[in-house]
Design a protein around this ligand. Structure first.
Ligand code: RB5
Length: 147
């Protein structure tokens, strides 16, 4: 799978771990930055990855900031994005199975490297179940259209 990844300064080390993990699993990773530990603004990177997902440059996105909150909020402002903050594998699994989440977010100040890898692995390997969940996702996206 081709995956876009983005982060702010708080998540530089965890991002590197996740990129390595994804590559070991055979995925292609596009890194949208930030690339240094200099303090930066998470909305910039949340939007970059979100736009790449919507444009089809990458299939899915992964975003990491201190908490996962700010960067997911930024991604969710882009039409077509369903970004979910997941701090454990169960939520990560359900975000795919029921919500067809296309951008995963988590916090470098919340989860450690091993837990983050479990979250990523679960999320990437879970398919959307469709059926009644498709109707609900459609309703969700209609809110975007109306507002
Ligand atoms: C940066 O200090 C921090 O605010 C950011 O990484 C993130 O946690 C925001 O939601």
């Amino acid at each position: 799978m081709k995956i876009g990844i983005g982060n702010d300064h708080s998540a530089l080390e965890l991002k590197a771990e996740i990129v390595e993990f994804l590559k070991e699993k055979g995925h292609e990773v596009v890194d949208y930055g930030t690339y240094t530990s200099e303090s930066c603004d998470y909305p910039v990177y949340g939007e970059k990855v979100a736009r790449a997902v919507v444009a089809g440059e990458v299939e899915k996105g992964i975003l990491i900031c201190g908490t996962g909150l700010g960067i997911s909020l930024a991604a969710n402002k882009v039409k077509g994005i369903r970004a979910c903050v997941c701090s454990e594998p169960f939520t990560a699994k359900m975000s795919r199975a029921h919500n067809d989440c296309n951008v995963l977010a988590f916090g470098a100040r919340v989860v450690g490297g091993e837990l983050a890898k479990m979250i990523v692995d679960t999320w990437i390997n879970t398919e959307f179940e469709g059926g009644r969940h498709q109707r609900r996702v459609d309703l969700l996206m209609e809110i975007e259209e109306r507002n």
